[in-house]
Design a protein. Structure first.
Length: 414
């Protein structure tokens, strides 16, 4: 930084000996240092300036070029009018907002640029106070002469590493399933905090850095609509105000589909009980939200096509629900499973629907077009590839068409 000194004494000099000036401004006004005879047509800067605005509030008073004076140069500016005005640096950056009757003691701390760095102390009627705008830090904002708490909202749309500069901010996640990697608790320091809400369409996983833990756990998951406050201890993380999701309640979705891929919205995926209807013209895929949820899915569609439930995960497991059937499904955020998978049990009787050639009542997960169905009272049909090859009734077995018995005790042809 440049320092201007007296050639004889070595002491820092001021650019002007003018001590007081009264300004009446009707437009935005720029001040100049009264050096090198530049006062002609310019408004010089005095040590003490009293200002009144004659037109409308919000005019600006611009300070001179900071590079032309030494650090420590000071100006006292007082608003003696009824209208407020703004005091800005030489580049237009805000320094203070001068309300009626308020004075500011402004001094230069850095003169390496024309804008400079200025500090300001506010003086009132008989009292003095710090400049609220200067004091405002993380989570605080200046409103007039007071400091007020603020929750600045920052939106994220994909996985990210959270910087320590978001301290005291409210982070809203708007993406699909993703991960927030937290800063090191030691780097953030004790008492550093941030608020996080999952407003997206998938699970948001919070992952600490290194060996840090969250509430003693390696990670923390936020389901859809959930939120919390994270506080650093300096060596790990604690949480409070964990808002559990109340979106996924026992409500029913009844949706008509025709085939292709249908991706459920968060509101649709919030329904635990889901019924699908409509005439399918192709295989139907239902993509549920990538979050932990339990579903009861009923396939009431028609047409010789399948209905499959899955998440958006490319390699995730899926479940095909046969027409006319209901299944309880479990979604873990990536995979969808049949809740009855892996269980074994016995039953003494089983009643199933009548079925048809297109959709046999008794069929197989690997071939839903072959099986048995009720043709009419006391007549059970045998179906292969949606074709009736024969039927059973009280008279015995009837085979449609011709064929050959190739094994067993019955030899020959028919």
């Amino acid at each position: 930084m440049t320092t201007y000194v007296n050639a004889f004494t070595g002491q820092t000099i001021n650019p002007s000996a003018i001590s007081y000036e009264y300004l009446s401004i009707a437009a935005n006004t720029t001040l100049y240092w009264p050096i090198n005879g530049n006062t002609s047509g310019n408004i010089p800067t005095s040590n003490i300036i009293e200002v009144t605005t004659t037109t409308y509030p919000g005019l600006t008073l611009t300070l001179p070029d900071a590079t032309q004076v030494s650090t420590g140069q000071a100006i006292l500016i007082r608003n003696v009018g009824s209208l407020s005005f703004s005091i800005v640096n030489n580049s237009g950056g805000a320094i203070a907002s001068a309300s009626s009757g308020v004075a500011y003691y402004i001094y230069l701390t850095d003169n390496t640029t024309s804008a400079g760095i200025w500090s300001a102390v506010t003086f009132g009627a008989g009292t003095s106070a710090a400049n609220a705008a200067t004091l405002a830090g993380y989570g605080l904002t200046a409103v007039g002469a007071t400091l007020n708490q603020t929750y600045t909202v920052t939106n994220y749309y994909a996985s990210a590493t959270i910087p320590i500069t978001v301290q005291a901010k409210f982070i809203v996640y708007n993406g699909g399933a993703g991960t927030f990697t937290l800063p090191s608790a030691a780097t953030a320091g004790a008492n550093w905090f941030v608020m996080i809400r999952n407003n997206g369409t998938g699970i948001l996983t919070l992952t600490p850095a290194g060996s840090d833990l969250i509430d003693g756990n390696a990670t923390q998951q936020l389901q859809l609509t959930e939120s919390l406050v994270l506080v650093s201890t300096g060596s790990g993380w604690n949480t409070f105000a964990y808002g559990r999701s109340n979106t996924f309640a026992y409500t029913q979705l009844s949706l008509a589909v025709t085939g292709g891929t249908t991706t459920l919205t968060s509101a649709q995926g919030a329904n635990t009980i889901q019924t699908y209807t409509g005439a399918l013209t192709s295989n139907q895929i239902i993509v549920v939200p990538s979050t932990v949820q339990l579903y009861t899915v009923t396939n009431s569609t028609t047409g010789s096509y399948t209905l499959t439930v899955k998440t958006s995960a490319v390699s995730g497991a899926s479940v095909t629900v046969a027409q006319g059937n209901s299944l309880v499904l479990i979604c873990d955020g990536t995979n969808v499973y049949n809740a009855a998978s892996g269980n074994s049990s016995s039953i003494t009787s089983l009643t199933i629907g009548n079925g048809s050639l297109a959709v046999p009542s008794l069929k197989f997960s690997g071939d839903t077009t072959s099986g048995l169905y009720l043709v009419s009272t006391n007549q059970v049909g045998l179906v292969v590839n949606n074709l009736q090859l024969g039927y059973y009734n009280a008279a015995g077995l009837t085979i449609n068409g011709t064929g050959t018995f190739t094994s067993g005790v019955l030899g020959g042809t028919f």
